[in-house]
Design a protein around this ligand. Structure first.
Ligand SMILES: C[S@@+](CC[C@H](N)C(=O)[O-])C[C@H]1O[C@@H](n2cnc3c(N)ncnc32)[C@H](O)[C@@H]1O
Length: 377
């Protein structure tokens, strides 16, 4: 089993905890490789033919497929296994972090008191948006923003190794694959683009922030998030890795940065955890913050439901209903050009592409990609 890249904030893992994570890792591989494909067989041989007999037509969208498939015992078994693995993973991450929560918080505070590279600005009065408070996103106990103890870093300590094991190492040892993929695309498609000021929105613990600093070492790098425990962890992690990043607790919909502060604004898997209204606000804010010629780029899973057959759209929509990611499906239904144009970007300058996935410096191959949505001002 691969292990996450070391840094000062990574929680220690005992032999038994590592064994448990190893089991979850292998169990996930087994479900993805051996159990998942049975859903399609069930659909094609049983559920779709029955639907056609009943309605004289195949299902028209993912909702109709879901309505029928959810009654099927095979799909119920797969869904239960998926949910169980996710709960096991969250429970394991929580117990590993909880066991050492005091020492991790103390470590972050100590690093902060001596920091030479990174800065941290928190705002205890910031209102956490309802799309964050309504559910514990992807079943993470307490979500990103809950404070359990003074100077809490618990959410970061659960999230950082949790992402590594959820992605089964597929984002790289420092979970930096999304940032690496966007950076590689920028280098190829916009070789002359040399941003002097960069903002990462919804940075969480900074997994995707660091690759931009590697690519543009002279740029001033800001990173914002609404969640203080993520930012405290992110700050100490970045400092321990020698990265000069200015972290601040802010809502990406309305920040306190002056107009035209940045050449490049990025986010990674932020949008699907917000709302339709928030996306319009985030694009308006990006337009305000960008200098002329600047770019906003949001990385997300490469799903556009209008391009998928109903079964594929259905199977990729599991998280909407069963993994507490309620906006996932709606985001992938949206015409994302609209919020960009409404924000003031020209239609011809809207970016909506797939870029190849990079894993630890190499292209992953097999068509693996990220969606990049955004615009140039
Ligand atoms: C899935 S994580 C992002 C992962 C991170 N960008 C990465 O690449 O590893 C989503 C993060 O967005 C933050 N967030 C959600 N809504 C936000 C908003 N309106 N403004 C700023 N941060 C937000 C959450 O607190 C959470 O840390």
């Amino acid at each position: 089993m691969p292990t996450p890249g070391p840094h000062a904030m990574l929680p220690d893992t005992s032999h038994d905890e590592a064994a448990r994570l190893g089991f979850i890792f292998s169990f996930k591989e087994h479900i993805a490789g051996e159990v998942l494909p049975g859903n399609k067989i069930t659909y094609k041989t049983k559920v779709e033919p029955q639907f056609v007999r009943d309605h004289n037509r195949p299902p028209k969208d993912r909702h109709e497929v879901h309505k029928e498939m959810r009654k099927d015992p095979y799909w119920q078994m797969w869904g239960s296994l998926m949910r169980l693995t996710q709960e096991l993973k969250q429970e394991s991450s929580e117990s590993i972090a909880n066991r050492q929560i005091r020492s991790l918080s103390d470590r972050a505070t100590k690093i902060r008191s001596r920091a030479r590279n990174a800065t941290l600005r928190l705002n205890p009065d910031l209102e956490i948006p309802r799309y964050q408070t309504a559910v514990d996103i992807h079943l993470m106990p307490g979500n990103y923003y809950s404070e359990r103890t003074e100077d809490d870093v618990m959410a970061g300590a659960m999230y950082d190794p949790g992402v590594f094991y959820f992605a089964m190492g597929g984002l790289g040892r420092y979970n930096q694959g999304m940032g690496d993929s966007a950076v590689r695309w920028l280098a190829e498609a916009h070789a002359d683009f040399a941003p002097e000021a960069i903002l990462d929105m919804g940075c969480s613990v900074g997994h995707s922030t660091l690759p931009y600093l590697d690519a543009f070492p002279d740029a001033k790098m800001d990173a914002i998030d609404v969640a203080a425990p993520m930012l405290r962890y992110a700050h100490a992690r970045a400092e321990s890795l020698g990265c000069a990043i200015d972290f601040s607790q802010q809502n990406a919909e309305h920040t306190d940065f002056p107009d035209e502060s940045f050449d490049l604004i990025v986010s990674h898997i932020l949008l699907h955890e917000t709302s339709r209204k928030a996306i319009y606000n985030i694009m308006r804010e990006a337009h305000r913050l960008l200098r002329p010629g600047g770019m906003v780029l949001h990385a997300e899973a490469p799903l556009r439901n209008r391009e998928l057959d109903p079964y594929t759209a259905f199977i990729r929509d599991w998280s909407t209903h069963y993994n507490a990611e309620p906006f996932w499906g709606t985001l992938h239904d949206m015409d994302l050009a609209e919020p960009a144009i409404e924000a003031g970007f020209k239609r011809d300058n809207v970016i909506d592409i797939n870029v190849p996935m990079v894993l630890d410096g190499s292209l992953m191959g097999g068509g693996a990609s990220w969606m990049i949505y955004g615009a140039r001002k």
